[in-house]
Design a protein around this ligand. Sequence first.
Ligand code: MV4
Length: 446
Amino acid sequence: MFRKVLIANRGEIALRVIRACRDLGVKTVAVHSTADDSAMHVRLADESVCIGKPPSNESYMSMPAIISAATITKADAIHPGFGFLSENADFAQMVEDHQMVFIGPTAEHINMMGDKIIAKRTVKDLGIPVVPGSDGEIRDIVKAKKACEEIGYPVLLKATAGGGGRGMQLVESADKLQESLQKCQQEAKMAFGNDAVYIEKYLTLPRHIEIQVVGDGRGKVLHFWERDCSLQRRHQKVLEEAPSPALNTEQRTKICETVVKALEKIKYRGAGTVEFLYENGEFYFIEMNTRIQVEHPVTEMITGVDLVQMQIKVAAGEPLTLEQKDIQINGHAIECRINAEDPDNFLPSPGKVTGYHPPGGPGVRVDSAIYTDYSIPPYYDSMIAKLITHNSDREQCIRRMNSALYEYLIDGIKCNIPLQQRIIAQDDFIKGDYNIHWLEKWMKLK
Ligand code: MV4
């Protein structure tokens, strides 16, 4: 096992990694910007290094600053958390080139999944069902026209370097195709420096269901069942749950086993999430994320497994000893993301937390790095906490979330607790009857 791990992140995920390290008897190093002098991750780590100015490009995204901090503190591994450098293959390679371990997949696998055309072709060849569409890049309008006629409108143009909702164009009919293709290529070139675009059949009312996996890099991969992440606004997830209310045991077992078989063939190492759209009983791969995700706690709650510890163990070269049959779904878990934002316009609402009382009791988990008198800096993501409840079934889990949201007191800033309270009280939510468009549609009605 490692002696010392540097955490290249901030906020609640930095705390989550510090806790996993402490449980493993591993020392921790925090890095921070000058805006985060009094951040909780700095106080809770064994050591800390200031790595630069508040804008993340000059601190949390600065590869030389982070590598230097790890070198001078003699860390033997770096955990990237999520966001920032977590899916940067060059960073993963740089860490390895400096004789340290990147806690994540190989640079090769990060690169493979970061290019959505290569990712799709790879997983398709490995037996995972994908969205019908063009076989690879489409450069010119003649080929695009032909592909779209075969696929059938509406289609979605996607940038190969995009992902997470960036670089997409919906095309309803052939007469809009040329304009949309040019726009998609141009925007992709601007945003990612890569204008390669591919085409998919547009699925109209799918759910977003993702499978959690961990591989040991030696050919063993375990799955931890699925999460339903359909409730999102502008590609930002708002509430996630596990298991999905839309699946039965047979359906979830089949897709999870397909994913495991595929990733075992490439000897995947680390935590990963395979994202699907799910419509009319069928799964369609869209992307794979090669990091631990924000919503991993719902999976931890229903399986009883510490995914961050497991990530660290496989990075340290330990084989997976847990058996698939011992990973069972126990009850239900829901996560509400708590954001410091204005409920009227969803703009970030940074500022001082003048009063703070987190909820508690059985089956209630709060992952957060905020405290009374903490000032939320304006430079980073507005997510300030994750509230997770767990209970024996979905109905009881929703009840527990309702109590926990009621107990949660955050003074001094605006946040989305009232929005979460209204979501979980909706009939459609209670019935589990929602898809990726439900939340935005419902918010427009209000
Ligand atoms: C799609 C789609 C419909 N059809 N692909 C958005 C984020 C990126 N991960 C993929 N996305 C979508 N891809 C096809 N072929 C609809 C979306 C989509 C979406 C997906 C998941 C969660 C929320 C979403 C909101 C709007 C669009």
